[in-house]
Ligand binder design. Structure first.
Ligand code: GLY
Length: 367
């Protein structure tokens, strides 16, 4: 099985997303892109390194003039400029030039960092994404967002920079621990909630297979999810408008993530942020009470949290002000009009956020 989708950028075909069940087609894909006899830097993290680096190195060695590996210590706390500097150093020591290639092998942090390195090294060298987590496969590897956190501000330094290819081996999803897998699923739910009610219903109908990681259902799910993301980023690659809808659940989600010092996973915080944003949508008469509770409760069977302990609500609200989704002084909040239809709203007040955060605490205390 090998299927693909083409992503356009500025109305021209820019890169393919290849969906496969192994890494076997990667070498041919690189040859087709003209990367024979180039140097290749595999950027990965200390977890993924143990699983897949050797296989990728063996696969690409035959076509490359030199393969090096740059391993970042795993975890969001290493998504910073000093780790990027170490990659630059490796590239310089190994005489990489503008014709060479970076492969981002791993999850969202690796993809963002490798992409940022590629966008800035020698003013831009080619990179491809080889995402190995559900979050990276369905969200972060598509659309060219790259970057690092800076002094506690999430993704504050970065660039839009398109990969030459996104190559997914979907069997990697089997190697994820449950928490990581489920966390990635939050972004998949988000895609249904903001853009596609049929897809959202399909997810609910396939709940059992998704939780069991049935490979045929996973393939269909990842393809459908990527197609939603493709449509959004093609229309608005630089987030001047509709791409911001992908930030549903992220304003309060990022703030909780930061407040909790990254102890919760990104997707867990996104699920919490989605519940809070759906609550605000209800309070603003965009959703009915029934719709709000249905949306909230549907995270539960998929194993995602709808409540959080031990947060200082006012501190979390303060943290939303430093999120880069703020537009001048106004926060660009994403709310829901119904399942499958999200809107940008700049009128959400601190009091509305406070009520929503108390609601997700309230659920925890009263269950
Ligand atoms: N993950 C949100 C975006 O790519 O815009």
């Amino acid at each position: 099985m090998e299927k693909s989708l083409t992503v356009n950028y500025q109305e021209k075909p820019c890169y393919d997303i290849i969906f496969d069940q192994s890494f076997d087609g990667l070498k041919e894909a690189l040859i087709n892109l003209g990367f024979e006899n180039r140097k290749i830097a595999i950027v990965t993290d200390s977890n993924v390194d143990k699983l897949y680096s050797q296989e990728i190195t063996d696969l690409v060695s035959g076509i490359s003039s030199k393969v090096i590996k740059c391993v970042i210590p795993a975890g969001e706390s290493n998504k910073n400029l000093s780790e990027i500097e170490k990659i630059y150093e490796e590239l310089i020591i190994n005489h990489f030039d503008r014709h060479d290639l970076i492969i981002a092998l791993g999850g969202g942090v690796v993809g963002d960092m490798a992409g940022f390195t590629a966008s800035t090294f020698l003013r831009g060298i080619a990179f491809i994404q080889v995402p190995t987590t559900l979050l990276a496969q369905t969200d972060s590897s598509i659309g060219g967002k790259t970057g690092v956190d800076f002094k506690g501000y999430k993704n504050m330094i970065g660039a839009f920079y398109m990969p030459k290819l996104v190559y997914m081996n979907l069997s990697t999803l089997k190697s994820l621990d449950d928490r990581q897998y489920i966390s990635g699923f939050a972004e998949v739910m988000k895609h249904g909630l903001i853009k596609d009610s049929d897809f959202y219903m399909w997810l609910i109908d396939n709940l059992y297979e998704i939780c069991e990681r049935d490979i045929d259902v996973l393939i269909e799910m990842v393809q459908k999810s990527c197609d939603i993301k493709r449509r959004v980023v093609e229309k608005d690659p630089k987030e001047k408008g509709d791409r911001a809808l992908l930030n549903f659940g992220h304003t309060l989600g990022h703030a909780i993530e930061k407040y909790k010092n990254f102890e919760l996973m990104h997707g867990e915080c996104v699920a919490l942020g989605c519940v809070a944003a759906a609550f605000i949508s209800w309070k603003k008469d965009m959703l009915s009470m029934e719709e709000y509770y249905e949306i909230r409760d549907m995270f539960v069977p998929f194993g995602l949290p709808i409540s959080v302990e031990d947060i200082d609500v006012d501190e979390v609200i303060k943290l939303t002000k430093s999120d880069k989704k703020a537009d001048s002084d106004k926060i660009r909040f994403i709310l829901l009009k119904k399942v499958g239809k999200a809107v940008i709203d700049t009128s959400v007040t601190d009091d509305e956020m406070r009520e929503a955060l108390n609601e997700i605490l309230y659920v925890e205390n009263n269950d």
